[in-house]
Design a protein around this ligand. Sequence first.
Ligand code: SF4
Length: 247
Amino acid sequence: MSQSNLGYISKIEPFGTFDGPGIRSIIFLSGCPLRCVYCHNPETWQAHIGNRYTAAELTEMALKNKPYYGSNGGVTFSGGEPLNQPEFLLECLKSLKAVGIHTALDTSGYSLSPLLPEILEYTDLIIYDLKAADGALYEKITSRKMDVTERFLDLAQKQGTPLWIRQVLVPHLNDNQVNLLVTAQRIAKLKNVEKIEILPYHTLGKSKYETLEYDYPLGNTPAMSMSEGQKWQDQLIDLISRIKSSE
Ligand code: SF4
């Protein structure tokens, strides 16, 4: 068995209801090339930690859980960044599709892997974490340049993969009218968008930074309320539809 047949998994949530449609098993792959200032899972950043699984073992687990998935559930790969282990991810996706299980990828799209087109062939849904639609803000949030994820998004558009778009909204960082407009303009250009979700910033990951002895980039930035996030989401969706109808 080659090394690529084993993946590093930081966590498995057998029955999740948040990351994709229906009831799903969420598989958190280790490793992430980004360092988002609001990341609440810093324990997933390192690539070679966690338990090791084969695609066959994960497929077997998914088959056991399949009766609970119902008509629209399935398996979501999250992280970290699931594209950080492209060979293993592709093998898992192929194996799951071979037994008729719906697959979703919860990703920032930050990958240059030549396997991306094939990975998307076996992906039923992308939950795309839109860090920012403006290059400078993207860099401020992730410490990386935006061109890599833009290329991923272009590829997803060419392949016609359905998208759920998510954005984390942080007080004093991106909760301003400029970001609202730029984000709406970017999303308005995308095809196959099935859902748009604003995730209000929370501070639940803060203690993990202390445990790992990392500096917490957002200091004492307050959490955002669910109602504020909902208001922003409604405004964003409304603005996108106004942009589209004016075109
Ligand atoms: S992409 Fe996700 S896991 Fe990676 S740093 Fe950003 S929030 Fe954390």
